[in-house]
Write a protein that binds this ligand. Structure first.
Ligand SMILES: [Ca+2]
Ligand SMILES: [Ca+2]
Length: 466
């Protein structure tokens, strides 16, 4: 691979703030010593993310999001991102397999979409500006894997009426529907190929019985604003949507069929969290229910610099959704992480000071590592004990050290691996070191130490049992 010294781009100023500040921002209640292990929301700390769309496939949750550019003062969004987890707390960064450039006909605005699987292919529906008309249109991209790469197989908008926020739903009888809209709410019946539809574009009547009455609402009499998320649970159909504006809250309606009639059911998540928009995503995973949303909880966060987050919830016995509040704690871990198999360095419960990029050997790597940066990996199941640690690393400088700590970034030190220079940021080698005292299930911290400047990159790591 390259031996050139790749210039490192400047790290995100907004994220350069120490974790203590993030913890303070996330925890308005003053605590004498905020504990990093308490915060797992928002899900991603390396960039700003928005408009979560979770998908469960083969025992993993794939999370499709937008990407708010640093320092945005508008919805300046050029690409979409994918993350995945099998425990709801350790999330793997899969980078950006879909961008505005994927659609030759699109100009800008990589806004809120959703992906779905059908017959082993993955279909990602997104709104973008059609360059030819200047209007918002819905494009669909197709992939053979949930992490892409995604391609535009039809080469034109799937549907276009100037409105946004597609949600896709495949009913139990196999009929698929695409819903979208702001200020209206529309649907089409998708064909089995998922990239065409039959019949016309149909408007769902926005009645106050169906979608609630907006206080003072005249031009928009109902609470429905945007961001529908349609799914079925048992025999009941749900539409969870962003309500009122602005600031938005999350509300929902239910219906006995995918085409209505809809009945307004009330608030899911109140207006909270310093973003004037919100966007819902609802899934069941490993027998529990989860609600995804976004807020402005990262340092520098706000209405145009958002972050996706998740809460676990339980439906009421009658199928109604309880009121869900934003937390900095997030969902509990569903299972544990196996430290004895290859784990990506970019599998992260919480990161301080690092970013990610495409790795030359595939997937992503962690980079922009400086002295004192760290990565938390939650709930690593060491069992009777680890004996050694191996990491895949690269450094165009003279490297540094990986301190393996338990329980906190300054927690119990169980091993230290030295990383030397490799001649390039993508010139990879393995380093190993002995480990002592890592047993049971622990929150593992990879703490990076060394001199000044960028120290090294990390692609993946693995422990070996004692
Ligand atoms: Ca750094
Ligand atoms: Ca990797």
């Amino acid at each position: 691979m390259t031996t050139a010294t790749t210039p490192r781009r400047r790290r995100l100023p907004a994220l350069a703030i120490a974790f203590a500040l993030a913890a303070a921002a996330l925890s308005p209640a003053a605590e004498p010593s905020p504990s990093p292990v308490q915060a797992d929301n928002p899900i991603v700390q390396t960039i700003y993310t928005a408009d979560p769309a979770p998908l469960v496939h083969n025992g993993r949750v794939y999370l499709y999001t937008g990407h708010d550019e640093d320092g945005s003062t508008w919805f300046t969004m050029k690409e979409w991102r994918v993350w995945s987890s099998d425990d709801m707390v350790n999330w793997t960064d899969h980078g950006s397999p879909l961008s505005i450039d994927t659609f030759s006909w699109a100009r800008q605005d990589a806004w809120a979409g959703q992906a779905v699987e059908r017959n082993g292919k993955f279909y990602w529906y997104v709104p973008v500006v059609n360059d030819a008309t200047g209007r918002m249109a819905i494009g669909v991209a197709v992939a053979d894997s949930p992490t892409g790469p995604f391609r535009d197989t039809i080469g034109r908008p799937l549907v276009e009426n100037g409105e946004i926020d597609p949600t896709v739903f495949i009913d139990t009888d196999g009929q698929a529907y695409l819903y979208w809209g702001n200020p209206n709410l529309w649907y089409v019946r998708l064909n089995a190929d998922m990239t065409s539809y039959s019949g016309g574009v149909t408007a769902i009547p926005l009645t106050t019985a169906g979608f609630g009455a907006r206080p003072g609402g005249t031009s928009r009499p109902t609470l429905y604003e945007e961001g529908p998320w349609v799914y079925k649970r048992g025999s009941l159909y749900y539409n969870v949507f962003a309500a009122q504006c602005c600031s938005e809250f999350i509300a929902y309606s239910t219906a006995p069929s995918p085409t209505g009639p809809w009945t307004y059911r009330g608030t899911v998540m109140p207006t909270q969290g310093s973003s004037f928009t919100n966007h819902a995503g609802v899934i069941d995973f490993k027998g529990s229910s989860y609600f995804f949303y976004h807020n402005g909880a990262l340092p520098g966060g706000g209405g145009f610099t958002r972050s996706v987050a998740v809460e676990k919830f339980t439906y009421n016995a009658d199928g109604t959704i309880p009121l869900i509040n934003m937390t900095s704690t997030g969902a509990p871990q569903a299972g544990t992480l196996n430290p004895y198999v290859r784990q990506e360095a970019e599998t992260i419960a919480w990161a301080s000071g690092v970013e990610t990029e495409r790795a030359s050997e595939g997937g992503m790597n962690v980079g922009w590592i400086e002295n004192g940066d760290w990565i938390k990996v939650k709930g690593a199941a060491f069992g009777s004990g680890a004996g050694s640690f191996t990491a895949r690393v690269a450094s165009a400088t003279s490297g540094g050290r990986i301190e393996l700590r338990l329980g906190g970034a300054n927690g119990t030190l169980v091993g230290t691996c030295t990383v030397g220079g490799t001649g390039g940021w993508q010139t990879w080698t393995n380093v190993s070191c002995p480990v002592s005292g890592a047993s049971g299930t622990q929150d593992l911290y990879l703490k990076f130490t060394g001199g000044s400047g960028y120290l090294f990159n990390a692609d993946w790591w693995r422990f070996t049992a004692a």
